[in-house]
Design a binder for this molecule. Structure first.
Ligand code: GLY
Length: 569
């Protein structure tokens, strides 16, 4: 079945059950400051759930469907696997004070097994186990699931899996039922019954209802029994143009170019802030990957517009401006790359087998050449590079901030100076977070992994249960206290044994060389150390200019491992 057939069948199925088709809203949310981009179909319907607007008056009914353009930056690191995308189309049915759990579950089952023709034996479902204080297990959902004939497996899961929302800091949310096909989540049915306040407290929602979301690409994989989302017809023509890239780069470019075209189509323009910055990052990542490959940006853009133009008419209307803004960004990027590349070529022509950190640093500082780009051409002494960065940072603290580092970047990402500054700050904030976790939860907490990009830090640590809101608040407060007090950050290179003997925290999964880099966060007057870790850096030289630290997400990562995502604002 083609994607267009799936879209059409979804619409027909729910229209026949009395739903009103509502067009996708823009990727730029209107009247919703809690999020930068539209991440779910329910966002345009929030006023109906919170009782601010009457759907009967606005839409002419209490049941709706949409095929919503969504963009999820939170999934950017997962792009490249079989199931994750930044931009995707979400099929959703909604009830605003009309039908509830039992009907929603029956509708989904009927659609999946009869219209989409998915065999019941491939389907399993999960429902909410009621672990969150003030809520109970979703027995109503369980009873409805138990009635489905042939459903393979039903299991109860905690809120990390089966409680959805709010988008942003507050809003409607509730327990969910997820349908999985061969183990992959395909459809999420949210039963909005709570309003989540900024402090995490839940209160009953004025209008209970249903909000569902099913990724068109995953549905197509399930229906057509394909190996991954990039094999679907919405990607095939794009993938065919990318044969000269590595398999992972093909997927990243295919995902990002779709996202970039849709963002440009919704009038987002490349810039250094907010939505424009997201667009710039994904476009530059595309440019980076296709640089020198013979793949042409215009060709990719027009392939996306040809693919989606018949469904999203304004893409075709905006073909010219989409191309024009993308071209301007590409020209900017290539001027940077070209000048830096010439210098790099000279160094390579001199016969150097390896660039010193200082040389690599100069290529960035003078030409803006990203470290990832350099590394693709020639090996670089990265720890020296990081040190040069830190030094440069302390020298130019008062001046124009032009800083960069080379750690924890998404592979191949082209990073501009503003991004590098943010990454550096997040490195230091991550050490403070680690120390705060040990302070609040106990010294047995240790790092199990981490990843930093310009938007956020992601930190995994061993801990057996979900954190309670009070713990999260105490962790944030501890970190913010250290930020506002202003602690110095010192960098030393020490023999490994000496560093460990001094009490430096090491990431036990890693193998360390004989000489290690140690970063210490301490009070210059009293000498009191609040964090000491083995780390490649880069870091700021004092914690006072980090901004405000906020935990945006706490969830399960794997058995016994929790994951925190946090930002600096
Ligand atoms: N709002 C439902 C979902 O995004 O999965």
């Amino acid at each position: 079945m083609t994607s267009q057939e799936l879209r059409q069948k979804f619409i027909e199925f729910f229209e026949a059950k009395g739903h009103i088709l509502v067009p996708s809203s823009s990727l730029l949310p209107k009247d919703d400051p809690s999020v930068l981009l539209t991440t779910a179909g329910m966002q345009q319907f929030k006023p109906y759930f919170v009782g601010l607007k009457d759907p009967q008056v606005e839409l002419g009914g209490r049941q709706a469907i949409s095929i919503q353009k969504c963009f999820r930056t939170a999934d950017i690191d997962d792009v490249g696997d079989d199931t994750h995308l930044t931009f995707f189309e979400m099929l959703g049915n909604f009830s605003f004070g009309d039908y509830f759990k039992t009907e929603a579950i029956q509708f989904a089952w009927e659609f999946l097994t009869t219209v989409a023709g998915i065999s019941a034996s491939c389907l399993s479902a999960t429902y909410y186990n009621g672990n969150r204080p003030g809520t109970t297990a979703d027995i109503e959902a369980k009873l409805a699931l138990d009635k489905l004939d042939g459903l393979n497996q039903v299991s109860a899961q905690p809120d990390a899996e089966n409680f959805w929302g709010p988008t942003g800091t507050e809003g409607p949310c509730g327990p969910t039922v997820e349908f999985h096909v061969n183990g992959v989540e395909v459809w999420n049915l949210v039963f909005n019954e709570f309003y989540c306040h900024p402090d995490g407290k839940l209160s009953p929602l004025p209008v209970r209802g249903v909000d569902t979301g099913m990724g068109l690409e995953r549905l197509s994989v399930a229906v057509n029994q394909l190996p991954n989302i990039f094999a679907t017809d919405v990607f095939k023509p794009l993938m065919d143009k990318l044969g000269s890239l590595t398999p992972r780069a093909q997927r990243i470019v295919a995902d990002h170019i779709r996202g970039a075209v849709f963002l440009l189509g919704d009038h987002v323009r490349p810039s250094n802030k907010e939505q424009g910055y997201i667009l710039r990052r994904i476009l530059r990542r595309v440019l980076m990957h296709i640089h020198g490959s013979g793949v042409r940006l215009e060709d990719l853009i027009n392939t996306v517009i040809d693919l989606f133009g018949p469904v999203y008419l304004d893409l075709t209307q905006n073909r010219e401006s989409i191309n024009q803004f993308a071209r301007t960004e590409a020209d900017k990027f290539s001027r940077t790359i070209d000048a830096g590349e010439k210098e790099l070529a000279k160094l390579i022509a001199n016969g150097t087998p390896r660039l010193s950190g200082a040389e690599a640093f100069k290529l960035f500082a003078s030409y803006g050449l990203p470290i990832d780009f350099i590394k693709e051409k020639i090996p670089v002494d990265e720890s020296e590079f990081d040190r040069a960065f830190v030094e440069h940072q302390s020298i130019s603290r008062a001046g124009v901030e032009k800083k960069f580092g080379g750690h924890g970047l998404s592979a191949g990402a082209a990073i501009d100076p503003a991004e590098q500054i943010q990454i550096t700050k997040l490195h230091t904030a991550t050490h403070l977070l680690h120390a705060a976790l040990r302070e609040v939860l106990g010294a047995e907490v240790h790092q199990a992994g981490s990843d930093i990009n310009p938007e956020r830090t992601r930190f995994d640590f061993n801990f057996p249960r979900k954190l309670i809101p009070d713990e999260i608040q105490r962790i944030e407060a501890w970190v913010n206290d250290k930020i506002s007090t202003g602690f110095s950050v010192k960098h030393e290179t020490l023999p490994y044994a000496q560093a460990i003997a001094a009490g430096a925290v090491a990431f036990f999964k890693e193998k360390y060389p004989a000489q290690v880099d140690v970063y210490t966060i301490y009070n210059e007057d009293t000498g009191k150390v609040i964090s000491q870790e083995l780390c490649g850096g880069p870091h700021v030289t004092n914690s006072h200019d980090l901004g405000t630290f906020r935990i945006t997400k706490e969830e399960s990562s794997s058995a016994g491992v929790r994951r925190i995502k946090a930002v600096l604002e």
